[in-house]
Each structure stands twice: as structure tokens, then as C-alpha cells.
Design a protein around this ligand. Structure first.
Ligand code: GLC
Length: 449
């Protein structure tokens, strides 16, 4: 018998059975539990907020006055611009080419399922027709309720809409601007009064949760004073019961918001609903004319790592001052979208099953007898081992392009100490696909061992 077939026979049969207790000792019996449902620690809400778990990939949009200087969404703060000077930008805000439908086309083409939009960033400029301050889009040459236009377009396509809102406010005289992080220093005409500011904020939140139809989420940011008050989220829940609320507001909310990949352990599952966020640009979330961009590989790996682990992912673009998304941003999303569409079944209705292999260079997701192997760290070579698995799948396909993947279970020289054969995925196009995440779909006949 040819050596390779000899080992294949050993792996799927006699030897595998004989070595099984040894392997259980080495890797721990839990690896072999066919039912891995207990490894899904993220509890669903059990109410209308569960839309969040069914629509995992979303588009974040940072857009406001700051698109005009085209440098950073915190232009006022990071550029040390006086409030009065910054406010002059309103005279130039006239995004004649803004067509919400085009944004939504891009969102859907990328495979995204929901939108999170900056209604007010830390500069305090409001992208809706608010009665609470004049510093809003109606007092610009454009004079149209941008949020209203966007909400209407989202509702028409049944795209869940979430609202970003900054607590820090560089325009409001009652907000206590003290020059803390993300805060401008005190400005002429200020009259800091936190209680009054909170009244203003609550009135704005009420408008946002009342005037734009169904809202699916509230995305707080920049609670610089670290103020706690559960009554504000209570109000949102009363007005918009299906809205998921993030953890950057006045209490812990519904979900965590890891940002730009600042994460310690990439292999762990999350124990509460989570939505990671990331921008396509390396420094800014708003449009930056001379932005430096992440590689497709960096973004794709990041998206894969979170979606594998039952987390949501918001990928951000910053439209330009004219209301369109730059070609560079569009091209990035199109490339990400091509990858996402090819592998998305590996994120849908699956469980993250890190315990099934000791190989930490891959992530595994599973639906019944189908296992998805996400090769989301550098493949050092064209083969991937999945210790301690030895069962050969009945089929193995590379989702990225549909090609068949060679599988074998045998003893490799590196494993001579344990003498344990191992399932290997061979001849992967690792050089050709060095800039993406390969996902291999394995379908097994019987229980996976
Ligand atoms: C960062 C940026 C902020 C942006 C946010 C989105 O915290 O500083 O401007 O809105 O990310 O998550």
C-alpha cells in the first residue's frame, strides 16, 4: 500500500480508534463533544432588538461639517479651531450630490445589512432639523433634513438605521468644555451648566427617537464627563423598543464596542453582544483628503475575526463634502464585499468552536456537520493542520473561489512524539490568496473527531 494511503487508512480507522484515549488526555475530552451549543455564551435579547444578531455586518458613516476641510471628524478639537471660526463652515455646507440611495446601494453591494449614521459628532453640528439649536443642517445653504432623507431611504429598503450621537459638544455654551480629551477649551460666551445641557440633550434624543420612524439603535459616544444616568436609555427604550444601545452612553447599554482592533485575545468568544468598529482609513472616520488606507488584508482579517466570534462589525466610510463617497472608498468596499459575499455562509447561523482545534492560526465556525476553517492569520505555507481532528470530511471546498481542497489525515514528521495522525488541508492557494482570508468549508458524514 502506498504510504499515503496507509496513513489515511490508519487515520480514519484502526489507529485513530486505538489512540483516542491518548489524545483525549493530551487535548482534553471537551474537544470531542459533538454538541457545542454550550459554547455560545452570547444570550439573545429575546425581543425586537434581536434584529442585531440577524444583521451582523453594518456600515458606519461619519459625515458632517468636517467633510469640508476633509481632514478629521474631530477637526475642531484636533485642529485647535475656535468655536466661532469652526461655525463658519456652515456657510459652505451644500452637498448637492447627496443621494441616500447611492449610499445604500454601496452598503448592499458590500453585503452590509444596517447603517449607523453620525447625527451629531463632537463638534455639536446636527445633521437633522432640530429645534434645540441653530447649529444644524437647516441653517446651511443646503437647508434639507439629511437624517430625514436617509431615514426615508432606509425605511424604504428595510435597512435598520442606528444613530450615532456625541455627548461631548463643542458648540453648545452649556456643555462644560474644559479641554479634557476630545474637548475644546472654554470658549467666549460659554455658560457651563450640566443640568441645562442634559435637558438639551434629552430633548434632542427625544426628537431623534420620535421624528424619524423606527430607529434600530442608539450609538452614544464621547461621554467625557463620565456621567451615569440610566433614565436616558430608559427613555430611548420607551420610544424605540427595538433599538440596541451601545455602552458608551450613560450606562452599560446592550452591547460592547471594541474599536480598531484593540483587543487582547483574538481567540476568545464574547460574553455579551458586541459590535466591533473600524474605518477604512487609518487615521480618520470622517473624509480625509490625504488619508492613508488599511490594506484589504488587514480589514478582511479584522472583519473575519469578529464575525467568526458572534460579534457584529461596523465598517466606516466618510463621504465627501459633496455627499458622495470617494472612488477610493468605494473601491475598498467593493473588494471587501467580493470577499464577504464569497464566504458569508461561514458566519450565518453558526457557532464559534475554538475548542475543536489547538491550531490558533485558524478560527472555526460550525453549523451541524459543516465546519468552516477560517485561515485568518498568515498562512505560513500551503497546508493547514487541524489537530486533534482526524476524521476526513466528505467534501472540502475553498469558499473564496469554489475550488476543491485536498484533505488527508495522516502522521506528519512533526508529530512523531505524539504519533497522532492529523487532518490536513493541502495545496491551498496560499500565495495567490495572501491578501485575503481563505475559508474552507468541510462537510462531514458523521460526528467530527
Ligand atoms: C473614535 C474617534 C471618534 C469616532 C469613533 C467611532 O473614538 O475618536 O471620532 O467617532 O472612534 O467609533
Amino acid at each position: 500500500m502506498e504510504r499515503r494511503f496507509f496513513f489515511r487508512a490508519m487515520a480514519s480507522g484502526v489507529l485513530a480508534a486505538r489512540l483516542s484515549p491518548l489524545v483525549e488526555n493530551v487535548y482534553g475530552a471537551s474537544l470531542f463533544q459533538p454538541d457545542i451549543s454550550e459554547n455560545n455564551p452570547v444570550k439573545r435579547f429575546g425581543d425586537g432588538r434581536d434584529w442585531f444578531f440577524e444583521n451582523r455586518f453594518g456600515m458606519f458613516v461619519h459625515w458632517g461639517l468636517y467633510a469640508i476641510p476633509a481632514w478629521h471628524e474631530q477637526h475642531q478639537y484636533r485642529g485647535r479651531v475656535e468655536r466661532a471660526e469652526y461655525a463658519k463652515l456652515t456657510a459652505q455646507f451644500n452637498p448637492k450630490k447627496f443621494e441616500p440611495e447611492r449610499w445604500l446601494d454601496l452598503l448592499q453591494e458590500t453585503g452590509m445589512r444596517y447603517l449607523c449614521f453620525t447625527t451629531k459628532h463632537i463638534d455639536g453640528f446636527c445633521m437633522w432639523d432640530t429645534r434645540q439649536t441653530k447649529f444644524n443642517v437647516m441653517n446651511t445653504p443646503y437647508k434639507r433634513d439629511i437624517l430625514g432623507m436617509l431615514a426615508e431611504a432606509c425605511h424604504k429598503r428595510n435597512i435598520p438605521l442606528c444613530l450615532y450621537y456625541s455627548i461631548d459638544d463643542g458648540n453648545h455654551p452649556n456643555y462644560p468644555s474644559e479641554g479634557r480629551h476630545h474637548e475644546i477649551p472654554p470658549q467666549p460666551g460659554d455658560s457651563p451648566d450640566w443640568d441645562k445641557y442634559l435637558e438639551f440633550l434629552k430633548a434632542q434624543v427625544r426628537e431623534l427617537c420620535t421624528n424619524y420612524g423606527k430607529i434600530h439603535g442608539f450609538w452614544w459616544d464621547a461621554n467625557v464627563p463620565e456621567y451615569k444616568d440610566t433614565s436616558i436609555n430608559d427613555m430611548i427604550r420607551q420610544l424605540q423598543p427595538d433599538a440596541v444601545i451601545n455602552n458608551r452612553g450613560f450606562d452599560d447599554g446592550d452591547f460592547g464596542t471594541p474599536e480598531r482592533d484593540f483587543e487582547r485575545d483574538e481567540s476568545v468568544s464574547f460574553n455579551r453582544p458586541t459590535e466591533a468598529c473600524q474605518a477604512v482609513g487609518m487615521e480618520s472616520w470622517g473624509y480625509r483628503a490625504d488619508e492613508d488606507y488599511y490594506t484589504d488584508r488587514h480589514l478582511i482579517r479584522s472583519i473575519d475575526r469578529y464575525l467568526c466570534r458572534d460579534a457584529n462589525y461596523l465598517l466606516n466610510v466618510g463621504p465627501m463634502a459633496d455627499g458622495t463617497v470617494s472612488q477610493e472608498n468605494v473601491d475598498i468596499l467593493k473588494r471587501i464585499g467580493r470577499w464577504y459575499h464569497s464566504v458569508k455562509e461561514s458566519f450565518e447561523d453558526v457557532k464559534h468552536v475554538p475548542q475543536m482545534t489547538t491550531n490558533r492560526n485558524v478560527a472555526l465556525t460550525r453549523r451541524g456537520q459543516t465546519l468552516y476553517v477560517h485561515i485568518n492569520k498568515e498562512p505560513q505555507g500551503n497546508s493547514v493542520k487541524l489537530p486533534p481532528m482526524v476524521t476526513l470530511p466528505k467534501s472540502a471546498v475553498l469558499l473564496n473561489d469554489g475550488r476543491k481542497v485536498e484533505t488527508i489525515a495522516n502522521l506528519t514528521p512533526a508529530d512523531h512524539v505524539s504519533q497522532w495522525p492529523v487532518l490536513r488541508l493541502r495545496n491551498l492557494p496560499a500565495n495567490e490568496m495572501a491578501n485575503t482570508v481563505m475559508v474552507v468549508k468541510l462537510v462531514f458524514d458523521s460526528s467530527i473527531k
